[in-house]
Ligand binder design. Structure first.
Ligand code: ZN
Ligand code: ZN
Length: 344
């Protein structure tokens, strides 16, 4: 089978590898679609360090091509979405349902302490606990179950009431999915700050009640104007300290600043503890997804609660990955879908 293997920083090699055999409790999935994530981008550029060689790709779906000896739940030909986060089910976090905080953090192709080969490949081995039946949902849409599940998880991290105001800083694919997820939960008004014209317009199309261009106006003032004051939830969906500070500046008393974007591991920021004390403003983190979030995300996609087509701007082959990373660096387009079976 062909894989797009990260062989060094800045080097993807499309190579021929043996098709893996599933273990007793695993299925082998022929990958139909794997969307490209900023995590893949950071692995490629070395800004998220990984041991090479490895196969990235963690937002995928496909068809069961072989089943292990102990598998009775799935058959060859079943269409599935793949949850890349593998819980150990034995640590205390897993037992509490906090599978994303598993002490034995293991991920298929994504960011984790132990990284197994991912889905930028024609086939991938997956434990049966990590596949979700998708019926006739398209592979493209099903590939978005993983990032959507992260958004479901993020929204669940916040104590949100219907009619609570939200500001989202950054309208990349994640910001746009968070927007739709917050809308599904009844939040409003929702204000989105985004400098890129196309992304800002799409945010308005997808239901933002107001959009602001931080290149033209002071985003903090503009968000307050649009929302009628500070917001219950200030969400940062980029991963930079200045925008986390913006999200916090617009968070109302008693509200929450949600850190969703992945900050640099060495980044630090100043916090005024008096503000946290006096205004009861929480900072919340949100990392990855639980098994439950993933199942819910698949359901939301099946029920069309998210405009998945609007999130996808191109289909590419394994060979196209390096140029796709270049375009991601320029914020060109939204989700790029790799079809590993396709060739140039
Ligand atoms: Zn991702
Ligand atoms: Zn665990």
């Amino acid at each position: 089978m062909r894989t797009a293997t990260l062989t060094d920083v800045g080097e993807i090699t499309v190579q021929e590898q043996n098709r893996p055999e599933p273990n007793d409790d695993e299925v082998l999935v022929e990958v139909g679609a794997c969307s490209v994530c900023m995590t893949d981008y950071h692995m490629y550029h070395g800004t998220f360090a990984v041991e090479t060689p490895m196969v990235p790709g963690h937002e995928s779906s496909g068809t069961v091509a072989a089943v292990g000896d102990d598998v009775s739940e799935f058959d060859i030909g079943d269409r599935v979405a793949i949850n890349p986060t593998i819980p150990c089910h034995t640590c205390s976090y897993c037992k509490r349902g906090e599978t994303h905080l598993c002490e034995n953090n293991t991920v298929l192709g994504g960011a984790g302490e132990t990284i197994l080969d991912g889905a930028f490949a024609e086939y991938i081995r997956v434990p049966i606990t990590n596949v979700e039946d998708i019926g006739d949902l398209s592979f493209d849409h099903a590939a978005l179950a993983e990032p959507l599940a992260c958004c479901v998880h993020g929204v669940n991290q916040v104590d949100l009431e219907q009619g609570d105001s939200v500001a989202i800083i950054g309208a990349g694919p994640i910001g746009l999915m968070l927007l739709q997820t917050f809308r599904n939960r009844g939040a409003g008004p929702i204000v989105v700050s985004e400098p890129d014209d196309k992304r800002r317009e799409l945010a308005a199309d997808l239901g933002a009640d107001a959009v602001v261009n931080p290149d033209n106006v002071d985003p903090v003032e503009a968000i307050r104007d649009a929302a009628g004051g500070n917001v219950a939830v200030g969400v940062e969906a980029i991963g930079l300290v200045p925008t986390i500070e913006q999200a916090n500046e617009v968070t109302a008393k008693g509200g929450t600043t949600l850190i969703f974007g992945v900050p640099d591991q060495d980044a630090t920021m100043e916090i005024n503890p008096f503000d946290i004390y006096f205004h009861e403003i929480d900072y919340r983190g949100t990392y990855s997804l639980t098994t439950e979030d993933f199942e819910r995300a698949v359901t939301m996609l099946e029920q069309d609660r998210i405009d998945a087509d609007a999130m996808i701007t191109e289909h590419i082959s394994l060979e196209d990955l390096p140029t796709a990373f270049e375009r991601m660096g320029d914020a060109d387009g939204l989700k790029k879908i790799v079809e590993p079976g396709a060739t140039e």
